[in-house]
Write a protein that binds this ligand. Structure first.
Ligand code: MRU
Length: 378
């Protein structure tokens, strides 16, 4: 997507040194534009853990590049030495954040491919190619799912009169910043906007880290998509008044049965949508399915982050012209900081994927991805 007229992805190879990987430091947005350079797998791990990069697809792509950086430094004296080094890197990357399944998916994709190459000296270049492929696949899937979601928005636009906009509510940031490009929840929105369909987006701010207010608003604004930010607790209110035609969120992990883990607060948004008969859709590339899990509430690991993200709020200090933090809770009060929640499949009206839109159920998902259901017990 474009930032001030220049096309960017969220992760790319440095032009000066293709062995170096560059990322946009998302902790600085929307106030500052900063690029970080990663040269080791540990730096990739830290970027994921400290949320310089975040969002399921981008976490996966960064892990793919992290494995490539690890392979660049891996000893090639013996198979055992290589395996020991790469297994430690794989484990370290996987432990950086627990909920988005794209992370483990990308690491495992790299490891299983690299083990098929018997010439140890060739594995680093293979890992580099595969990292690029993981990033390209992520962007292609998002672009493709955007075309399927566009048809959903177009069908709502056809029911409008006098060029009224389709009003879409989203939560957190499942935009291009959360992927390599295009985004998941935002891909249909960008596609509709670019096709001349009037759209307006309600963005839930998404405490505690405010990915909605800081990131989704920033990227929609850069693309010229009309939007308004609301506090998380206002979602039910705007739906109750008939001001929302459609909810689209992203997700960090979807079970084979259609349960959806996404940023904390998504479950309440889905409940409000169901109570107000507002269609609730979830957009994802297939790398976000966890084909092994059946019960999202019990089985998906939910990240719990530092309580300071709840007791403090981050923003732009306009007096000192710098990012700053303010305490919003009394000293001594304990806080809990659950990063994600699970929306049961029964509250999800459909899953928008690169292969089309399906029901959030085992049979619905199998209708598009049957190869992942073969040889598995129901
Ligand atoms: O904690 P984050 O910022 O990595 O959370 C991810 C999200 O932004 C969302 O929950 C998103 O909808 C799914 S990731 C595309």
């Amino acid at each position: 997507m474009k930032v001030n007229g220049v096309s960017y992805r969220t992760i790319w190879r440095s032009e000066a040194d293709p062995n170096q990987i560059q990322i946009i430091d998302q902790r600085a947005l929307p106030w500052q534009w900063e690029i970080l350079t990663l040269t080791t797998w540990e730096a990739a791990r830290d970027a994921i853990r400290d949320m310089a990069v975040r969002g399921a697809g981008l976490i996966g792509a960064t892990a793919g590049y992290g494995m490539s950086l690890a392979a660049n430094a891996a000893p090639v004296s013996s198979m055992e030495a290589w395996d020991h080094w790469m297994s430690a890197a794989a484990q370290g990357l996987k432990e950086a954040r627990p909920t988005a399944v794209n992370l483990a998916w990308a690491v495992d994709r790299q490891m299983s491919l690299l083990r098929t190459e018997h010439e140890l000296n060739s594995r680093a270049s293979l890992a580099a190619k595969e990292a690029d492929q993981i990033a390209d696949d992520d962007a292609a899937c998002c672009q493709q799912l955007g075309q399927h979601g566009l048809e959903l928005i177009r069908s709502l636009a056809e029911k409008k009169t006098d060029g009224e906009p389709v009003r879409i509510l989203t939560h957190c940031n499942a935009g291009w910043l959360a992927f390599v490009d295009f985004g998941s929840a935002t891909a249909p929105i960008y596609a509709a906007h670019d096709a001349g369909i009037p759209v307006e987006v309600w963005i839930e701010e998404t405490r505690p880290r405010n990915q909605g207010a800081a990131l989704t608003a920033w990227e929609l604004g850069k693309h010229g998509v009309p939007h308004q930010i609301i506090v998380d607790n206002a979602g039910g209110h705007v739906m109750q008044h008939g001001w929302v035609d459609l909810v689209i969120t992203g997700t960090d992990r979807v079970t084979r049965t259609g349960d959806v883990a996404n940023k904390i607060g998504t479950y309440k948004t889905a409940l409000a949508a169901r109570d107000n008969q507002v269609p609730f859709y979830v957009a994802l590339p297939s790398s976000t399915f966890d084909w092994d899990l059946v019960d999202g509430v019990r089985e998906i690991p939910i990240e719990e982050r530092d309580e300071s993200e709840v007791s403090m709020i981050q923003g732009w200090d306009s007096i000192h012209q710098t990012p700053g933090q303010l305490r919003v809770a009394p000293e001594g009060s304990r806080c809990r900081n659950f990063g994600f929640d699970v929306t049961p499949a029964r509250l999800v009206d459909g899953l928008i994927t690169e292969r089309g839109i399906c029901e959030a159920s085992e049979s619905g998902i199998a209708s598009l991805f049957s190869e992942n259901f073969e040889n598995k017990e129901n």
